[in-house]
Design a protein around this ligand. Structure first.
Ligand code: C2E
Ligand code: MG
Ligand code: MG
Ligand code: MG
Length: 278
């Protein structure tokens, strides 16, 4: 208890805390019900080569809440992580993404975001192999996107889990690169196939020489290490032009398409095939 605080402050603080706790418990219960009730859904956003070919799609979670409408993951992932609900939810995401991608044409990959919590609790390796087995999706068409929160641990257990995925043929991407701490060290420690340069760098490309210099340096480093270099959050043709000269090999962003429902994957492929080598 904050005894030093004035009475008014003290009471307000307690009220605020308990209402926030209550709101979190409510959200947790709602999420549990939403998962069981089939209100979760995956949207897909295309990832393209610099030549303009769609190489695959990133799966992005949406909650279709009857009351609130479509809810983005920023609103509920943290609660799912704190409550442990991310384990069944993450398993649902993996199974659904693999099952849906299995019906896509050609060798298109699906990229699935993982939470750091999934590496700690549960048996992530079993969850991934089971999702592949049930769907029949070849392991080479699954990519797992990890964040620096996973990299931050870079424990032997995390590294060995990632190595086992790669041994299956699953690819590993480091998401939001450049936003966390001591990022360069992870590039040696973690078994990676792809780096996704955070969209904050892409956003500033047109106006900022330093953003461009950083993208160029990261791309040179990643390419030298044999990694695919993805730039996410590409919104303008000017940004795409800059990225072309900076060594990126894969792009994604609303310039090409926002994330759309699974039923619109064929339409996205059709629309983007005409725009090849934009
Ligand atoms: P992320 O993995 O870095 O995904 C990229 C985010 O940028 C997505 O937001 C996407 O909709 C958005 N985006 C795409 N193109 C553009 C663009 O051109 N401009 C801008 N400003 N934004 C763009 P979204 O879908 O709201 O997801 C936010 C974050 O939530 C994701 O960031 C990821 O960290 C997390 N997330 C999404 N789905 C899952 C999931 O299934 N599991 C877990 N653990 N996390 C997820
Ligand atoms: Mg991602
Ligand atoms: Mg990202
Ligand atoms: Mg992110």
């Amino acid at each position: 208890e904050a005894k030093g605080a004035g009475r008014g402050t003290h009471r307000f603080f307690d009220w605020d805390m308990s209402s926030r706790l209550q709101a979190r418990r409510d959200m947790e219960a709602e999420l549990r019900r939403a998962l069981a009730g089939g209100e979760m859904e995956l949207f897909y956003q295309p990832q393209l080569s610099m030549a303009g070919q769609v190489t695959g799609f990133e799966a992005l979670l949406r909650w279709r809440d009857p009351r609130r409408g479509l809810v983005a993951p920023g609103e509920f992932i943290a609660v799912a992580e704190e409550s442990g609900l991310i384990l069944p939810l993450g398993e649902w995401v993996l199974r659904t993404a693999c099952a849906e991608a299995a019906s896509w044409p050609g060798g298109l990959h699906v990229a699935v975001n993982l939470s750091a919590v999934q590496f700690r609790g549960g048996d992530l390796h079993a969850v991934v192999t089971e999702a592949l087995r049930l769907s029949g999706l070849p392991a080479g068409r699954l990519q797992l996107e990890i964040t620096e929160a996973v990299a931050l641990e870079a424990s032997d257990q995390v590294v060995s889990t990632l190595q086992r995925f790669r041994a299956l043929g699953v690819r590993i991407a480091l998401d939001d690169f450049g936003t966390g701490y001591s990022s360069i060290a992870y590039l040696r420690k973690l078994p990676l196939d792809k780096i996704k340069i955070d969209r904050s760098f892409v956003r500033d490309l047109a106006e900022s020489e330093s953003a461009a210099a950083i993208v160029r340096a990261i791309s040179t480093l990643g390419t030298t290490l044999g990694l695919t270099m993805n730039a996410e959050g590409v919104e303008s043709a000017a940004q795409l032009e800059r990225l072309r000269g900076l060594g990126c090999t894969e792009v994604q962003g609303v310039l090409f398409s926002p994330p759309r429902p699974r039923g619109e994957v064929p339409a996205m492929l059709r629309e983007l095939s005409g725009a090849a080598a934009a």
